[in-house]
Ligand binder design. Structure first.
Ligand code: NCD
Length: 319
């Protein structure tokens, strides 16, 4: 596993939350919270990363993660490059590493990488020059650290604590990098009642998700839950033969208003998006009063500002 910290203990890369400790995660969350503003107010701007260059290298589709990394870098004064992979030399057969070396020669200081292949962010981190940082914008089914952080920040804003919360993660957990990073974040932050709810084919292997309870129907997972995190079926990682049928899935696993009533009255509903309304979640729940899905998106920019500030501003004053 790649070392994410520099010799002085500062964060150099952000590839996974798995090897960060509670204090490091809390530090990122505190810094992220300092960048959060209510909608309608101008977002904070700083010159902390003036002169630095951030490149987004996304080979899988993305709306929120890519745009929020871009805005995060711009709001800290950095220059941002979006590599359109279909239009780049990757399409002519250039290897990922050659692309990365090219960006490095162009004075890129941080690479944000999303890729369907496990290990690509770590491969990049193992080969870049010492002054270059790598951040994962989503690695296969393995990890999505900034999503885990924004999920934790959203929970904290609404519940003001982690200890004693019951959090249910529902849906395609097996193929979800979001679920894995959420599990790392929540378990390190002290959530002890973490529940996984999924049909057998979408449940992860036993060896994974230590400490979580497993539910093969929705009701027991939702009973008394404080937080419900719904997940999309990751069709791109499942063969046609194993794909659940949409309506049947909604019938058994979709979060409806009736089912939401099983959770605590003040339970919050989360979803990393993209949402498939009418498959994993009913529209009136997604848009309803308990939904914090849009807060998650807003927090994504703040978390990515915090992550970029941490890895790129070593030695500089805090924003
Ligand atoms: C997720 C992802 O790409 O893992 N989206 C996101 O980053 N918010 C979730 C998904 O695709 O289902």
């Amino acid at each position: 596993m790649i070392e994410q910290l520099r010799a002085d203990g500062s964060l150099r890369h952000l590839l996974t939350l798995e090897t960060l400790d509670r204090r490091q995660i809390e530090r990122l969350l505190e810094r992220a919270q300092s960048f959060v503003r209510p909608l309608g107010e101008r977002p904070p701007r700083s010159r902390l990363l003036e002169g630095a260059t951030v490149a987004n290298l996304f080979t899988e589709p993305s709306t929120r993660t890519r745009v929020s990394f871009e805005l995060a870098a711009m709001r800290l004064g950095a220059t941002v490059v979006q590599l359109e992979v279909q239009l780049s030399s990757r399409a002519k057969g250039e290897s990922m590493l050659d692309t990365i070396y090219t960006l490095q020669s162009l004075h890129v200081d941080a690479l944000v990488i999303r890729d369907a292949e496990p290990g690509v962010p770590a491969l990049a981190a193992a080969h870049v020059a010492p002054h270059v940082s790598v951040l994962s914008g989503g690695e296969a089914h393995v990890s999505h650290p900034t999503q885990g952080l924004l999920d934790a920040l959203t929970v904290y804003q609404h519940k003001q604590r982690f200890a004693g919360l019951a959090i249910a993660i529902v849906g395609d957990i097996r193929h979800s990098r979001v679920a894995r990073s959420a599990w790392h974040a929540f378990s390190k932050l002290g959530v002890s009642d973490l529940r996984l709810a999924a049909p057998a084919t979408l449940m992860p292997e036993r060896e994974e998700f230590a400490g979580c309870s497993r539910h093969t129907e929705l009701a027991s997972a939702l009973a008394g839950a404080d937080v419900i995190m719904m997940l999309r079926i990751q069709r791109e990682r499942i063969s046609e033969a194993h794909l659940p049928v949409g309506e049947q899935y909604f019938g058994a696993w979709g979060l409806t208003r009736e089912r939401l009533a099983l959770a605590r009255p003040n339970a919050i509903v989360m979803h990393p998006q993209p949402m498939n309304r009418g498959i994993e979640i009913a529209s009136d729940v997604a848009d309803g009063p308990q939904s914090v899905i849009r807060d998650q998106v807003r927090n994504g920019v703040a978390v990515r500002m915090a992550a970029l500030a941490e890895v790129l501003s070593c030695g500089r004053a805090s924003a």
